[in-house]
Design a protein around this ligand. Structure first.
Ligand SMILES: Cc1cc2nc3c(=O)[nH]c(=O)nc-3n(C[C@H](O)[C@H](O)[C@H](O)COP(=O)(O)O)c2cc1C
Length: 191
């Protein structure tokens, strides 16, 4: 089972790096698998720590893919990193072992501290739709326009029927990103 969360790590200059990632749990360890190259990979290798943030504000997923990475942070308690203030819960991680790979290395991490800040309010279809759209946006270079339009048309149903304000904003950011990508691809072709 893969859970989509936000990983926060610390950059060389002390600022916090925010990235959506899919993580797995195995025998009490949390596995983070960033593709190469990535700031998350470099930061965990350098610091041996990371925080996973479980959120329901899907603007943060959409924001990370559309250049909006400035989200309020609080200091973690047992490690040197920061967590998202929006986290429903967060887990502070210490690196246990590293499995290198040319494409996608794996970090096996031990949870050293976990805090629940707010309750989970239940599933929301629009939040799931934003997550799916965020994944489409992260793969724009690999997918045809037809495939993207077909998926968006289906995901729109959940947005129309069940979105709150945050989901509508997140959806708008992602659609704008797709439109910009398409305009730029047309420009590249005409050159
Ligand atoms: C829901 C979701 C899950 C993702 N999961 C992963 C992942 O497990 N590994 C990864 O390398 N990138 C994943 N991505 C893409 C990264 O968030 C994105 O490429 C990011 O910029 C990582 O690189 P960075 O650490 O340099 O920022 C995911 C994106 C989304 C929207």
């Amino acid at each position: 089972m893969i859970q989509e969360i936000i990983v926060t790590t610390t950059n060389k200059d002390g600022t916090t790096h925010i990235a959506p990632m899919g993580i797995r749990e195995e025998a009490g360890e949390i596995i983070i698998a960033p593709f190469k190259p990535s700031a998350t990979l470099d930061n965990i290798l350098r610091n041996n720590t990371a925080v996973i943030n479980r959120i329901d504000d899907v603007r943060i997923f959409a924001g990370c893919l559309t250049g909006r990475k400035d989200w309020p942070l609080s200091a973690a308690e047992k490690i040197e990193d920061f967590r998202l203030q929006a986290a429903l819960s967060h887990v502070e991680l210490q690196l246990e072992s590293f499995e290198d790979d040319d494409l996608r290395p794996c970090f096996y991490c031990k949870p050293v501290h976990e805090v629940t800040h707010r309750p989970f309010k239940g599933f929301n279809r629009a939040q799931a739709a934003v997550l799916e759209a965020a994944i489409l946006v992260s793969r724009l270079h690999m997918l045809s326009n037809e495939k993207i339009d077909q998926e968006l048309e289906y995901l729109m149903i959940a947005i129309d029927k069940t979105a709150g304000e945050n989901e509508k904003i997140a959806w708008k950011w992602l659609i704008e990103k797709i439109e910009i990508f398409r305009k730029e691809s047309l420009k590249d072709k005409s050159v």
